[in-house]
Design a protein. Structure first.
Length: 449
């Protein structure tokens, strides 16, 4: 409505001007080079307006001609950029599809069309990786380090290559450098933590673990177990350096985090035993036994009660039995000290009860030992040993990564170097037993704090 009113006003103004000019006729005379041109004022106005219109059109035409080369250049660059991004997209799709030939081809095309090295270098590096050209991929990733906007991507590529090649020393250096650029990246924190743990840098690994938990890279429950293992390794390290108080402190923290974790209970009890704290050591074992009987706990309890006479030791072990009466380990633990006290009937009753719960290779061997010691019956002993040979393997500290078996628990697998991978279970593969690693000597033998 408003636009219509303005249009009518403009028409009215034009008509008013035309009427005003018609009511006031006049003559315009132009003398130029001997010529005299006479016309009415209205015609002169029209001619002037026409001349201005022609001049404006001419100006626009000339300006368009002058600007056309720039427009053509911009159009060409736009088309080139569009083709470059299309090649880049096709290259990324080829990388995702595993088509190394197309990815490399599109990378070269995009590199020629686009003046954006960060994008094309990344595609070229990924294409080289697909083709198995690790040297070329490394060159691309290294070149990316020179640009602040691509440095992190270059470090990630080099880190991936180092991990693939098994070079954990270089991988650790790259991971720490990458963290300085992006300190809160979840995947990086998880990778850095694993590398520091595998390198035995327990203090740094513990700090990185806390950061990884906060970033959501590691679940809180898994993080609690990992921290327990790290504290145990710090305890071993402190003991090797002659820092008995620190060793005991770290072991206590580990046990407080996971009271039912057998290596933590064993470690703490043995350090307390070495410090002459027999009563505290007994309580640690009894508390852990309630949560899960284990032969290593029984071994430490035997060391704790070593100063008692044999019959009294049997009574003390019966305390463990009352806490887990339906456990094979409880029956075996009492049977062993009963055999040492030469309470043959008690030992046989416990071994028979254990046999009813779950037969095992270790149980058959104890029955063979009982036959020899009590009755000197070699034939019966050989019968039990034959059953032991046919029975499944007993549980042992087995690596979940490589299935290697260790004689003692440690934070690192002595075969593949995996961190926190040893679990107490029956081996699934026939592998050679590894000797105890240097990282966990105190689980094999008690040592002074």
């Amino acid at each position: 409505m408003i636009r219509a009113i303005w249009f009518l006003i403009k028409v009215a103004v034009v008509i008013a001007i035309a009427v005003w000019l018609a009511d006031r006729p006049g003559t315009v005379t132009v003398t130029w080079l001997g010529y005299v041109i006479e016309m009415s004022f209205a015609v002169a106005v029209l001619i002037g307006l026409a001349a201005l219109a022609l001049a404006a059109l001419g100006y626009r035409f000339v300006r368009g001609l002058l600007r056309s080369p720039g427009k053509l250049r911009r159009y060409g660059r736009s088309r080139r950029r569009e083709r470059g991004y299309r090649a880049l997209t096709q290259g990324l799709v080829a990388v995702a599809a595993g088509d190394a030939h197309t990815a490399r081809k599109m990378a070269r095309k995009a590199d020629g069309l686009l003046n954006e090295p960060p994008l094309t270098m990344l595609l070229s590096a990924q294409a080289a990786q697909l083709q198995g050209d690790d040297r070329a991929a490394r060159e691309y990733f290294t070149a990316m380090l020179d640009r602040p906007e691509t440095a992190f991507l270059g470090l990630r590529g080099l880190l991936t290559q180092s991990l693939k090649a098994g070079d954990r020393v270089e991988a650790l250096q790259l991971a720490r450098r990458a963290r300085s650029l992006q300190p809160n990246t979840p995947w990086l924190l998880g990778t850095l933590y694993d590398l520091e743990a595998r390198a035995g840098d327990w203090a740094s690994a513990e700090g990185t673990l806390q950061q990884a938990i906060q970033a959501g890279a590691i679940p809180a429950e898994d993080g609690r177990r990992h921290r327990t293992v790290l504290l145990l390794e710090r305890s071993f390290e402190a003991e090797r350096r002659g820092r008995g108080d620190a060793a005991l402190s770290h072991a206590q923290q580990a046990h407080d985090l996971m009271p039912g974790f057998v290596p933590a209970a064993v470690r703490l009890a043995r350090l307390q035993l070495a410090a002459g704290r027999h009563k505290q050591a007994s309580k640690v074992i009894e508390r852990a036994w309630r949560q899960g009987p284990h032969p290593e706990l029984a071994d430490v309890y035997r060391e704790v009660t070593d100063g008692y006479d044999p019959v009294a030791r049997v009574k003390l072990f019966e305390k463990l039995l009352t806490q887990a009466p339906n456990s094979v380990e409880s029956q075996i633990a009492v049977a062993r000290v009963a055999m040492e006290a030469k309470l043959w009937g008690e030992a046989r009753n416990r071994l028979t009860r254990a046999l009813e719960i779950e037969p095992s290779r270790r149980l058959y061997r104890l029955l063979a030992e009982l036959e020899r010691n009590e009755r000197q019956d070699e034939e019966a002993a050989r019968g039990w040993l034959a059953k032991a040979a046919a029975a499944p393997a007993d549980p042992a500290w087995t690596c979940t990564e490589c299935s290697a078996v260790s004689h003692a628990w440690g934070g690192l697998c002595g075969h593949c170097g995996a961190f926190d991978s040893l679990q107490w279970k029956a081996p699934t593969l026939a592998v050679s037993l590894m000797e105890p690693t240097e990282a966990a000597p105190a689980l094999a033998k008690p040592s002074a704090a």
